[in-house]
Design a protein around this ligand. Structure first.
Ligand SMILES: [Zn+2]
Ligand SMILES: [Zn+2]
Length: 578
């Protein structure tokens, strides 16, 4: 059988060749699910001069990759206990990492290239199977090239899996698994060109869960107990949702339902026809899972309910309805779920997608690379005023899609000039070091430039507040007023008291001062310029573009209160309970 590569598959292959000709740095290629990663792998195996080892974590992908290699070039050797084959002598070897790591000594004849499929699963842990095996391969051949392929070059908790992106973006500078992302293809062109089924987002939901009260752990996950607690208060919502799933799926062939917890999944299953439904959880034994998936693929039942199991490495092309009943803080995870329904299949025109958890993402959202700050946030583009890189941050927009606020901290632009290579230094939000003046991240405890300890605002407040004549004003609201040529800023605290600041705007110097003191500290879009306000009225009209401080430290001088410090982005013990 003669196989020809699609243009973007050829582009991926070319990017890898070009990269490895001049560098031994590890590299990643990001292709959406369904883009045909195994063809890219097979072509690389075909043209490589030396031996190639292809690693993956499940036997289904070992089989798939070995089959594609066989179509393009001579058959690959397979090393997988699950497939009962253990050959490592050929030019190309396709192996499961579990089996290979257990018998690393069998991989002691040098490979020139190792390709890892679903490479976002590699752990940084030195004792993990991948790391042990990769270390062994490097000992055998110190100049071995490492290439990863994935649909999601991002992990909750650890972030981007690469250090630099070829679009000039910084990924993870702390502990990336790969050095460089050398090629990335978004999903939209694949759908447009008919390589994937178009999704059909459905928004006429009869009932929806409200998970907006959930707070995330720093790794971006939700606690199962809290999810269950929310679900236990939704009354008959689950029943109504399942009822709607049943009625809109009349003409659908295969439905995957993503439930939030095991208990939730059981409830969902209880409302569905038993003969048409199966449940898979993390505890479902391997052989039972395989059997269920097989009969689902054969369309012996319609509804496959699962809890965080069927996100990667599972492929049932006939699926034409994805129902999402679980919250997720990850754009990538949402897209992986939808991706289960986008494979092409005979007679399939679209794939219905219903988001019952009001996650609010769509399939074309870019991955922001940070945990979503609140449920209303959407990805927004913010240009850096220094290097003009187009950053993607979380932010808020108005009904026209115009930017109201963004939560970006540091520019993600990659500067590649003769005298400086590295991340752009511009910070949209920062705090300055009292010792050296350097700008630091708002959460930093140690100055990145002089290593001195940055003042913990709580320590400072505690100390100051123990002195006389000081008052901590917990600001709840801010109202702007135009009073002739004077801008009045009225801060209101939780008890309804107010504190007023006045800015005269008669002369150019006064307006400059107002910009420096008020506009630059209160803007919701740091780094972006404001119009040249010339009258208080213009500032008042733009009131929506300013944010209030969290705290004001006031000091009584004679009869009046004087503002000593304002605190923005404050998180600590003096915070107002939300
Ligand atoms: Zn920049
Ligand atoms: Zn410093």
């Amino acid at each position: 059988m003669k196989l020809s590569l699609r243009d973007y598959q050829q582009d991926s292959v070319d990017a890898a060749i070009k990269h490895f000709q001049s560098s031994t740095d590890s590299a990643v290629i990001a292709l959406p699910t369904g883009a045909g990663k195994s063809i890219v792998i097979a072509e690389l195996a075909r043209i490589a001069k030396g031996r190639v080892l292809v690693l993956t974590h499940v036997k289904e992908l070992v089989e798939q990759n070995a089959e594609k290699v066989g179509l393009l070039t001579e058959d690959a050797d397979v090393y997988s206990a699950g497939l009962k084959q253990k050959n490592t002598a050929g030019k190309t070897v396709v192996a499961s990492v579990q089996s290979a790591a257990r018998a690393a000594e069998k991989f002691s004849e040098a490979f020139s290239l190792v390709i890892i499929d679903e490479c976002h699963r590699i752990s940084l842990n030195k004792d993990s199977q991948y790391q042990l095996l990769l270390n062994h391969l490097k000992q055998v051949n110190p100049s071995i090239r490492l290439l990863g392929l994935t649909a999601t070059p991002y992990r909750l908790g650890t972030g981007w899996i690469y250090r630099h992106h070829y679009h000039g973006k910084v990924g993870n500078t702390d502990n990336p698994i790969f050095e460089k992302c050398i090629f990335e293809l978004p999903i939209r062109p694949l759908i447009k060109r008919g390589f994937l089924t178009p999704p059909k987002m459905f928004d006429g939901v009869t009932a929806q869960y409200d998970f907006s009260a959930l707070s995330m752990t720093p790794s971006g996950e939700y606690s199962e107990t809290k999810v269950n607690s929310i679900l236990s208060h939704v009354g008959r919502a689950t029943k109504a949702i399942v009822h709607q799933i049943q009625s809109v799926s009349q003409n659908r062939k295969g439905v995957i339902i993503f439930a939030a917890t095991v208990r939730h999944a059981r409830e969902v299953v209880s409302y569905l026809e038993e003969s048409e439904t199966a449940l898979i959880t993390a505890d479902t034994p391997q052989d039972e899972r395989a059997l269920l998936i097989k009969s689902f693929k054969n369309e012996q039942f319609k509804f496959l309910v699962n809890v965080a199991v069927l996100t990667t490495g599972f492929d049932a092309p006939h699926v034409d309805f994805i129902a999402i009943l679980r919250p997720t803080a990850s754009v990538s995870l949402f897209q992986q779920m939808v991706g289960r329904g986008l494979r092409l299949s005979e007679g399939k025109k679209d794939c219905l997608v219903i988001d019952y958890a009001a996650n609010g993402y769509d399939l074309y959202f870019p991955e922001v690379g940070q945990v979503k700050p609140n449920s209303r946030s959407v990805p927004v583009q913010v240009h850096c005023p220094v290097c003009s890189f187009a950053n993607t941050f979380w932010g808020l927009t108005d009904d026209d899609g115009d930017l109201i606020e963004h939560f970006g901290r540091r520019c993600q632009g990659l500067i590649d000039e003769q005298n400086y290579k590295g991340q752009c230094d511009f910070r949209f939000r920062s705090k300055s070091c009292p010792d050296c003046g350097a700008e630091n991240d708002i959460a930093a405890r140690i100055c990145q430039t002089c290593q001195s300890t940055l003042i913990d605002p709580d320590k400072r407040l505690k100390q100051v507040l123990s002195q006389q004549h000081h008052h901590l004003f917990k600001c709840q609201d801010m109202i702007l007023h135009a009073d002739g040529e004077t801008l009045k800023v009225q801060y209101i605290d939780i008890e309804g008291n107010d504190f007023i600041r006045k800015f005269k705007m008669e002369t150019k110097a006064q307006i400059r001062a107002m910009f420096a003191i008020f506009i630059h500290t209160h803007t919701k879009t740091p780094g972006l310029s404001h119009p040249r306000y010339t009258s208080p009225k213009q500032v008042v009209d733009a009131a929506d573009t300013f944010r209030k401080p969290d705290l004001l430290l006031l000091k009584k001088e004679k009869k009046y209160w004087k503002l000593m410090e304002s605190y923005f982005d404050y998180h600590g013990r003096y915070q107002i309970e939300a």
